[in-house]
Design a binder for this molecule. Structure first.
Ligand code: WTA
Length: 660
């Protein structure tokens, strides 16, 4: 297989055709001999899945062992009941106690090129001190702390400090708007917000503090704000509320040590808000013992981590679940050495990632297919300018990977010697659920292959009957340690969203296909959730931001196939009388959404229309709009109240929305 320079992935992911991919890639020569798992015996071992997970939990240090592995009262699970542990202890102290304190935890690199090397011992020191800072701000066990930060080491320090004292964190991705931050703070009733003046993005400071100041006009629960100085920008500090991180951390009376709280296995570890099918984001709850067990297990075996020699880099943002589980908790629980990068892949040039891989000798790289497709577009000369021979395992996550991108990654980044593990999971699952094991599995480009040992996943049809060949809905058939424990403040919604579509099964919201060898092929969301560059966002969230604008009467949003970002947000908008349906108004609306949600929620294209296609009962027919947006032939439109509407929209819409 060859890939030519400058060949763009022009046709984009052809999701429907993935399962027709027939190339296979067994583990590369010699890989299996050195792999932590070198044969498929582990699958048989894991048939008693509760015993299997109990075995994995023993890899952690517990103050008190559990009495019961699992209490399962469908759909409510409790894992390792009665067990006591502390997450920061498992991520830091135990490595230091074992004499590995001088091992590098993070090679951090700021976008402008400044760097920090942080050992486990140094990280432990900072975490203990910041835990004492939080205590001095009256944060106690059981409280919530909001975190809104760029990709700086203090972000990981703040998270671990929360776990040390038993407070739950709620990290809000730095790309979210003031409004989104406010809603998340209020839903969690967070007491303290940890933030920064800003971070660096594409060569310039990108400020966070001004958005914080707007958000905090309406967040009664916040008593204190801690601000990391990162960009030296001039930001306003509110007397009595805002304090600098460096001032608090250098206070002469700040104790250096902080005894870790002995937490119950089922105590809340964190909240992470994610988009569902309604406009209100869900506060996904993750707890302590089961979560850490599964992120540590999957991080070690899916990436074949040899923690004494690997240099691991997950190029996600900690603001999303991938960063929580695979930049912070999994790697640190395993005592791994990681790279952490603040900025954009094209700053100062489009070879930034490859130069960092060469510089740090990265051996394991984990990223999103959308990044790979972007690199394909940029051309081979960027990776070719660097020595990437240190790499030995490649991973992807966040969206289906099209076989062309998979093979490009395998060939041009991995040099044909690195297994590519395509890992399927969700904010809700907390950890990887479906993935190859790199020393065992024969890979097929575009297939996430098989459920991991200890995980039950099946495809079912519309009526919930198991499908053994062909397409349907992905479901999970048994509880797993890192599963969400619920939606914060809304147990009813937990049950109805995930556990009511198919009886006794967790419904993931994804379509999937099984081929004749039992390989799973993920086909993308089947609900109203879009996946744009691996970022999850619901159509209704964008719609409600649009109808919030004074000139908008009605809006319907669809995710249309996009060659680079997987899906692109296309909004069909009807305006109130006397509003102008022109380009500059379209621009205003795009900006309006970016301000309401965050830049990643900005529609790529706005199509103004006099009417939206509706069924006779008044429901907007999104399927038709998606067909229009993707330039497909319209199938059956007979249920339409007024068929001429679609013709009109087709006429107006840009079928191939222009690039940014
Ligand atoms: C999608 C990200 C195909 C899927 C960890 C899922 C994937 C949603 C894959 C969760 C994959 C994630 N192949 N699709 N390997 N990984 N997805 O919560 O639609 O941000 O439901 O978690 O991303 O997105 P979330």
């Amino acid at each position: 297989m060859t890939a030519t320079d400058e060949k763009a992935d022009g046709d984009g992911p052809t999701i429907e055709a993935y399962y027709l991919e027939s190339r296979t890639f067994p583990p590369p020569d010699g890989f299996t001999d050195e792999a932590l798992i070198g044969d498929d015996g582990i699958y048989a071992q894991a048939e008693d899945w509760q015993a299997f997970w109990a075995e994995q939990a023993k890899a952690l240090d517990w103050y008190k062992p559990w009495d019961t592995v699992l209490e399962w009262d469908l759909p409510f699970a409790k894992w390792f009941v009665g067990g006591k542990l502390n997450v920061s202890y498992n991520c830091l102290d135990r490595h230091v106690a074992a004499g590995r304190g001088d091992r590098v935890a993070f090679h951090w690199e700021g976008e402008p090129g400044d760097t920090r090397t942080i050992t486990y011992e140094q990280l432990l020191d900072e975490v203990q001190r910041f835990a004492n800072v939080l205590k001095s701000l009256d944060v106690a066990r059981g409280d919530r702390v909001a975190i809104y930060m760029p990709m700086v080491p203090e972000l990981a320090v703040a998270m671990l400090a929360c776990t040390r004292i038993g407070a739950a964190h709620s990290v809000v991705f730095g790309g979210f708007s003031a409004d989104a931050l406010k809603d998340r703070i209020n839903d969690a009733s967070a007491k303290v917000l940890v933030t920064a003046d800003g971070g660096f993005r594409r060569g310039a400071p990108s400020l966070l503090k001004p958005a914080v100041d707007v958000a905090l006009e309406d967040t009664p629960s916040i008593d204190h704000v801690v601000v990391v100085r990162r960009t030296d920008s001039d930001v306003s500090m509110t007397e009595g509320r805002d304090q600098w991180w460096h001032d608090l951390m250098s206070a002469s009376d700040l104790p250096a040590e902080c005894e870790p709280e002995q937490m119950d296995a089922e105590d809340l570890l964190y909240l992470l808000y994610t988009s569902g099918t309604t406009a209100k984001p869900k506060g996904i709850m993750h707890t302590t013992g089961g979560y850490l067990t599964q992120v540590a297990f999957t991080h070690k075996y899916v990436f074949d981590l040899h923690e004494d020699r690997d240099v691991y880099w997950c190029a996600a943002d900690i603001g999303w679940v991938t960063g929580h589980s695979y930049i912070v908790y999994g790697p640190l629980a395993n005592g791994a050495t990681s790279v952490m990068y603040e900025g954009a892949p094209d700053t100062p040039d489009k070879d930034r990632w490859w130069s960092m891989i060469e510089k740090y000798g990265v051996t394991i790289l984990y990223c999103a297919p959308t990044a790979i497709r972007t690199f394909m577009k940029w051309g081979l000369r960027y990776p070719e300018a660097h020595d990437l021979s240190s790499l030995r395992v490649l991973g992807t996550v966040g969206e289906p990977i099209n076989p062309e991108a998979w093979v490009w990654y395998w060939q041009n980044i991995g040099g044909g010697r690195c297994p590519v593990v395509d890992t399927w999971w969700q904010t809700e699952t907390g950890a990887i659920m479906i993935s190859a094991l790199p020393g065992v599995t024969t890979l097929k480009p575009g297939s996430a292959t098989f459920p991991l040992p200890g995980i039950g996943a099946e495809v079912v049809d519309e009526s919930g009957q198991r499908v053994t060949l062909g397409g349907g809905y992905l479901t999970l058939t048994q509880p797993w340690p890192s599963m969400l424990r619920g939606i914060y403040g809304d147990p009813e919604r937990y049950q109805s969203t995930y556990w009511s579509r198919f009886e006794g099964r967790y419904f993931a919201g994804d379509g999937a296909k099984l081929d004749d060898e039992g390989y799973l092929w993920l086909l993308g969301r089947v609900d109203d959730v879009m996946n744009v560059s691996g970022h999850r966002i619901s159509t209704t969230e964008v719609e409600s931001a649009l109808v919030d604008h004074p000139t908008v009467a009605e809006a319907a949003v669809v995710g249309a196939k996009d060659a680079t970002t997987g899906q692109a947000i296309i909004a069909f908008v009807t305006l109130k009388a006397d509003a102008e349906a022109d380009e500059s108004h379209g621009e205003d609306l795009r900006e309006y959404v970016a301000n309401k949600i965050g830049k990643f929620g900005r529609p790529k294209t706005i199509v103004f229309t006099d009417d939206l296609p509706k069924t006779r009962s008044g429901k907007i027919m999104r399927r038709l709009l998606k067909d229009v947006a993707e330039g497909r032939d319209l199938g059956d439109t007979t249920t339409l109240a007024d068929a001429s509407v679609v013709e009109e929209i087709k006429r107006r819409s840009t079928v191939n929305p222009s690039e940014e």
